[in-house]
Design a protein around this ligand. Structure first.
Ligand SMILES: Nc1nc2c([nH]c(=O)n2[C@H]2C[C@H](O)[C@@H](COP(=O)(O)OP(=O)(O)OP(=O)(O)O)O2)c(=O)[nH]1
Length: 341
């Protein structure tokens, strides 16, 4: 398998990309170091050169099977790209979580590389995999790694025991975990939002001192009675949660105009106002603002439905909607749709 089955993730200073056979020699040099291996549970010491080849090979299989994403952390030294360490996420499907692991070669310690790489992969995982939580564990006395996990947004949740190959036995570990909000950022908009004036009326709607955020949303229903959900992409508040297509009503727009615009922008479909049937609405206290979200039903549109922003889409049977993690405001809507459709 080639490296092209995964689009590299970038941070300010680093690239996270699949490991390739050409990384084996450097990976071996960096990890066959007692100061690195002794903190890692699944790494033997000494670490043979053949093991590096086998490990790299296995990372492709695990990724193809949707089990784990082990990536090279690549940095820049002048013009040259250098392997700095590895970072991985291993899915634990039964608990909708993934275990985060990483190591960094000794010569690259002390520059915040681990937190930068681990934070990026954790946020990617929450936005793209079927998980709601990231878990991790560190050897009891590994304060450096505990600090990395805290910087990523995980909190200490208990203690346990794990087998450490390089030490040849079970040792006490500190357990960490974090959810979408702690790791990917608060559910509310990051910046104070401008109050939305509904068609610029004389009074700016403010609910209990909070600005009102007016969002138009639509349940598109196909001929089989399935509803379209779209996944909020990495970088937006609540990344990884599934929602009804739509978006904020801009000043001067009617709710229908906003929805028609959003559906064209996000899904490349044309909908006429006559095909938008008002269904219900959500009114939700989202912390910094009060969300008011009219939800329309639409069964007719023109054009080939396309995820123009690269977002994941899913056609979902009404009785399966509850299997999708959605923003808190959507919960009552899901129940109503299930009863109605
Ligand atoms: N579209 C949509 N938004 C929802 C749903 N449930 C829910 O809480 N929201 C919230 C999330 C956001 O706070 C807000 C929508 O804002 P957004 O950021 O997606 O809107 P937008 O498309 O205008 O995005 P942008 O241009 O500002 O990036 O409404 C839903 O089912 N669909």
């Amino acid at each position: 398998m080639t490296q092209s089955d995964f689009n590299p993730l970038r941070t300010e200073r680093l690239t996270l990309r699949p490991l390739g056979p050409a990384d084996a020699a450097e990976l071996h040099r960096l990890i066959n170091d007692w100061d690195v291996a002794r903190w890692l549970s699944r790494v033997p010491f000494p670490y043979s050169r053949e093991l590096a080849d086998e490990w790299i090979e296995s990372t492709h299989r695990q990724r193809a099977a949707g089990e784990a994403w082990h990536l090279a952390i690549v940095g820049q030294e002048g013009e040259k790209e250098v392997l700095v360490g590895c970072v991985g996420l291993m899915r634990q499907p039964e608990s909708r979580s993934a275990e985060l692991g990483y190591w960094v070669g000794r010569r690259y310690w002390g520059h915040g590389v681990a937190a930068e790489a681990a934070g990026r992969l954790a946020r990617w995982g929450l936005a793209n995999l079927d998980i709601d939580r990231i878990v991790a564990s560190v050897l009891e006395e590994n304060d450096r790694s505990a600090g990395v996990l805290r910087r990523v947004g995980l909190r200490e949740s208990g203690t346990g025991e794990a087998h450490f190959l390089a030490r040849g036995g079970r040792l006490p570990v500190r357990l960490f975990e974090g959810g979408r909000e702690e790791i990917a950022g608060p559910f509310t908009e990051p910046e104070p939002i401008k109050p939305v004036s509904v068609a610029a009326t004389a009074t700016t709607p403010v609910v209990e001192g909070k600005p009102l955020l007016l969002v138009a949303a639509c349940a598109l229903v196909d001929v089989d009675g399935r509803v379209l959900l779209a996944r909020r992409p990495e970088g937006k508040p609540m990344a990884g949660l599934w929602e009804f297509p739509g978006g904020k009503v801009e000043p001067g727009e009617t709710v229908e105009e906003a929805l028609i615009r959003e559906l064209r922008e996000e899904l490349a479909i044309d909908v006429s106002a006559a095909c938008l049937a008002p269904f219900t609405f959500a009114s939700h206290d989202a912390g910094r603002f009060q969300l008011l979200m009219p939800l329309y039903l639409c069964r007719r549109w023109q054009g080939t439905l396309t995820a123009t922003e690269g977002q994941q889409l899913a056609w979902v049977r009404p009785n399966k909607l509850a299997d999708y993690a959605m923003p808190p405001a959507d919960k009552p809507l899901v129940a109503m749709l299930r009863d109605f459709l």
